[in-house]
Design a binder for this molecule. Structure first.
Ligand code: AMP
Ligand code: GLY
Length: 413
C-alpha cells in the first residue's frame, strides 16, 4: 500500500517514520516534507501543501492508497473534501468537521449543547464589547482569538490592565472581530488522542503531556508546544476512562448527530480540575510534539489502526514499556519574531531527532521555522528517558536555538 503524508513538520516526520514501519505499507511519500525525512520517505518539497490541485494530480499519478493529513491548515482549507471527491481515501476530517479546531466558538457551542465539561465562555464581536466585558469579569480571564492561531492566540490575564492590553494586542487597529473569553481552569493539562469515525471513538490508552509555555517552570508566552512525554503515569487510568466517557464518546456522538462527518484524529486537550477533566481545546489532528512521543512508543501498526477505524472494527493498541520524552529546540525569540538561516549540526537522521524547522542550503541544514528539532529520549524510568533526551539535545549545535530544561518534570513529583 502507498501512503502520502501531507505536512512538513516534526509530527509529519514521526508519521512518516511510523507508517514506514508498517507491514502493510510499501512506500511513504511526503508533500512537502523536509530533507530529514529522506531515510523513511520520498519527499516532494517542490509541491506546496496549499497546492491542492497538484496534490490530487500526484495522488492519482502515483496510485496512492491513503492520504494522511498532518497539520490543521489543509483540513480547514478542505483538502480532504477535494481528495474524497476524487474517490481518494483520506485520514483527516473534511472542512465542516475540522471546524471543531478551526473555530473556538463552534467547539464551545457544541460542548454547551451536549453538556461536555469545559470552561464557561463568553464571545464578543468587537473591541468595545471586549473592553467592557473585562471591566467586571472574574479574574484570571482567558482570552482567545477565534480561528487558527498555532497555539499562540491565547492570553491569560490576571489583572484588568493585562486583559485590556491583551485586547489591544489582539485587535490591533481593528474595531471588529470575534474573541472568546473563558473562565480560568486550574489543574494539570493532558492530551488525549482519539481515533474518530462518525460516532465511533477510540481514545489512545496512553496519555501524553505537552509543555505549552516557552520557558522553564511554565513561564513565558504560549507556544505550539516545547516538549512532550508519554505515558503520563501520575494521571490515573480512571481519569482516562472518565475522559473517554464524558468527553470523547459524547463529542463524537455530538458531531455525528449534528451531521458532521469526522474521520481522523481528534485531539482532546484537557485540564484535570477538582471536578474532573474539562476540555480546553479540540484539534482535528495529532498534536505536535505529542505525536512524536506517542508514535515512538506505539508498538502496534498505525496504518492497520487507520484501516480498522475505517471499518469501525476494534482497535487494539500496543505500547512499548518505556517512557518517551521529547525536548523541543526552538529558534531564539520564538513564539515571537525569530531569525532564520542559522546552521544546525550535530543531529542524526534517525528517530532520535524529529525535524520541524530545517531546510537545506548548499548541503547544510539551516533553520527555517520557530520550532526546529525535537530531541528524543526513552528509558525504563522517566529520569532515564529525560537524561537521554537532554543528551540528544546537547548534541545539536547552533548559535540560535533554545530549549526548556524541565520537560517531564511533572512526572517526577
Ligand atoms: P488553546 O489554544 O485553547 O489550547 O490554549 C492554549 C493554552 O492556554 C492551553 O494549553 C492552556 O495552557 C491555556 N488555557 C487555555 N484555556 C484555558 C482555560 N480556560 N483555563 C486555563 N488555561 C487555559
Ligand atoms: N501540542 C499542541 C498542539 O499540537 O496543538
Amino acid at each position: 500500500m502507498k501512503v502520502l503524508v501531507i505536512g512538513a513538520g516534526g509530527r509529519e516526520h514521526a508519521l512518516a517514520y511510523k507508517l514506514n514501519e508498517s507491514k502493510i505499507v510499501e512506500q511513504v511519500y511526503v508533500i512537502p516534507g523536509n530533507a530529514a525525512m529522506e531515510p523513511v520517505a520520498e519527499i516532494h518539497t517542490e509541491i506546496a501543501e496549499s497546492d491542492h490541485n497538484r496534490i490530487i494530480q500526484f495522488v492519482l499519478e502515483h496510485k496512492i492508497d491513503w492520504v494522511v493529513i498532518g497539520p490543521e491548515q489543509p483540513l480547514i482549507d478542505g483538502l480532504t473534501d477535494k481528495l474524497q471527491n476524487k474517490g481518494i481515501k483520506v485520514f483527516g476530517p473534511n472542512q465542516q468537521a475540522a471546524q471543531i479546531e478551526g473555530s473556538k466558538l463552534f467547539a464551545k457551542k457544541l460542548m454547551e449543547k451536549y453538556n461536555i465539561p469545559t470552561a464557561d465562555y463568553k464571545e464578543v464581536q468587537n473591541k468595545a464589547d471586549a473592553k467592557s466585558y473585562v471591566k467586571t469579569c472574574e479574574l484570571p480571564v482567558v482570552i482567545k482569538k477565534d480561528g487558527l492561531a498555532a497555539g499562540k492566540g491565547v492570553i491569560i490575564a490576571d489583572t484588568r490592565e493585562a486583559a485590556l492590553s491583551a485586547i489591544e494586542q489582539m485587535y490591533g487597529p481593528d474595531e471588529e472581530g470575534m474573541i472568546v473569553f473563558e473562565s480560568f481552569l486550574e489543574g494539570e493539562e493532558f492530551s488525549l488522542m482519539t481515533f474518530v469515525n462518525g460516532d465511533y471513538a477510540v481514545p489512545f490508552d496512553c496519555i501524553a503531556q505537552d509543555h505549552k509555555r516557552a520557558y522553564d517552570n511554565d513561564e513565558g508566552p504560549n507556544t505550539g508546544g516545547m516538549g512532550a512525554y508519554c505515558p503520563v503515569s501520575h494521571i490515573s487510568e480512571d481519569v482516562l476512562k472518565r475522559t473517554n466517557k464524558e468527553i470523547a464518546q459524547p463529542i463524537a456522538k455530538a458531531m455525528f448527530d449534528e451531521g458532521y462527518q469526522f474521520f481522523g484524529l481528534l485531539y482532546i486537550g484537557a485540564i484535570l480540575t477538582t471536578d474532573g477533566p474539562k476540555v480546553i481545546e479540540f484539534n482535528a489532528r495529532f498534536g505536535d510534539p505529542e505525536a512524536q512521543v506517542l508514535l515512538s512508543r506505539m508498538n502496534s501498526d498505525l496504518m492497520q489502526h487507520i484501516i480498522d477505524l475505517e471499518h469501525k472494527a476494534p482497535i487494539q493498541f500496543e505500547w512499548k514499556p518505556q517512557t518517551y520524552v521529547g525536548v523541543m529546540l526552538a529558534s531564539k525569540g520564538y513564539p515571537d519574531a525569530y531569525e532564520k538561516g542559522h546552521e544546525v549540526t550535530g543531529f542524526e537522521l534517525n528517530d532520535n531527532f524529529f525535524v520541524s524547522g530545517l531546510t537545506t542550503e548548499n548541503s547544510k541544514f539551516v533553520t527555517s521555522g520557530g520550532r526546529v528539532i525535537l530531541a528524543m529520549g526513552n528509558g525504563n524510568t522517566v529520569e532515564e528517558a529525560q537524561q537521554q533526551a537532554y543528551k540528544n539535545a546537547e548534541k545539536i549545535n547552533s548559535d540560535n536555538l533554545f530549549y526548556r530544561h524541565d520537560i517531564a518534570n511533572k512526572a517526577l513529583k
